[in-house]
Design a protein around this ligand. Structure first.
Ligand code: CP
Length: 326
């Protein structure tokens, strides 16, 4: 399916076919990343500004590397040390970046809707790198890519998302992506952080962690988003860990091929035991690796796609995949 979007601001508005287009394109870019020469000229002459107004490690660095691999000129903007501190608005900041011929703005912001707002006022392409508790579309795309790579499919899988769903943009984007792709999504966590209203997004909600993980093919853990919670949503971290943390005893009651995911940053000993985070069923670092290919694919597609030269061999763990020209 051809990609026609200029912006990537959410998963909610994407069709299943558009999501699959990103995943297929990312598969080709992952193969490019395994070549001796990893750089391609797709964004040569284009300028990308990474406008991060909230902290980030994985998303910021993998966008920056993706842009460099695509041969773009890259500018990293951080709120600290900028004229945000003098009261300049987001709109004026973005218009100034555009006046410097920015072709793409990759934005992370604490305000839900900030990328959508910029996409309406700028002629540059806008990519959402996480907006408040709303969406984190490239995280969901890299998560879907990782699941498909490991399991060979997404349709029909049981995916349990465990933790702070209410304040999680990762949860919302994953719910949209996984349900569109045919997975059966279960949400679990303290009732204050997993309101039943999420059932309206096509998920099952349960507050019994053992039941939530028993039949799961994928257990996707989320950290407690203290920075967004406006009041205490559970008694204590210790209580959360006791009731919902993934430990050895709980892992022993899951399917032997159930795999563990987490978008990071992880809180070792809170939502996940260290042994599990570092264990052979953990996909946490595979997710980070795949983020690079997915972000290259997104930038490539919003730039209009096309042929960028070279043949890439693409293989998934459990699937024969034909080669794709990228
Ligand atoms: N997963 C994620 O968004 O991590 P960062 O906040 O470090 O970018």
């Amino acid at each position: 399916m051809p990609w026609t979007r200029k912006h990537l601001v959410d998963i909610e508005s994407l069709s299943a076919e558009e999501i699959v287009t990103v995943l297929d394109t990312a598969r080709a870019f992952k193969a490019v990343g395994e070549r001796a020469i990893k750089k391609v000229p797709a964004l040569r002459g284009k300028t990308v500004v990474n406008l991060f107004v909230e902290p980030s490690t994985r998303t910021r660095i993998s966008f920056e590397l993706a842009e460099q691999r695509l041969s773009a000129d890259v500018i990293n903007f951080s709120a600290e040390g900028s004229s945000f501190k003098k009261g300049e608005t987001l709109k004026d900041t973005a218009l100034n970046l555009q006046a410097l011929n920015a072709d793409f703005i990759v934005i992370r912001h604490s305000a839900s809707g900030a990328p959508h707002f910029l996409s309406r006022v700028l002629s540059a392409s806008v990519i959402n790198a996480g907006d408040g508790a709303h969406e984190h579309p490239t995280q969901a795309l890299l998560d879907a890519f990782t699941i498909r790579e490991q399991k060979g499919k997404i349709e029909g899988l049981n995916v349990t998302i465990l933790g702070d769903i209410l304040y999680s943009r990762v949860a919302r984007s994953n719910i949209w992506a996984l349900t569109k792709l045919g997975a059966k999504v279960t949400l679990c966590g303290p009732s204050t952080l997993v309101p039943r209203v999420f059932e309206q997004m096509g998920c099952r909600v349960t507050y019994n962690v053992e039941e939530a993980i028993r039949e799961a093919d994928i257990i996707h853990l989320l950290r407690i988003q203290h920075e967004r919670q406006r009041k205490t949503m559970f008694a204590s971290i210790n209580e959360y860990t006791t009731l919902f943390g993934l430990n050895k005893a709980r892992l022993a009651k899951t399917k032997p091929d159930a795999l563990i995911m987490h978008p990071g940053p992880i809180n070792r000993g809170v939502e996940i035991d260290s042994d599990i985070a570092d264990g052979d069923r953990s996909l946490i670092l595979d997710q980070v690796t795949n983020g690079l290919a997915v972000r290259m694919a997104v930038l490539f597609l919003v730039n209009g796609g096309g042929e960028i030269g070279g043949k890439a061999e693409c293989r998934m763990q459990n699937e024969e995949v034909p080669s794709q020209s990228v």
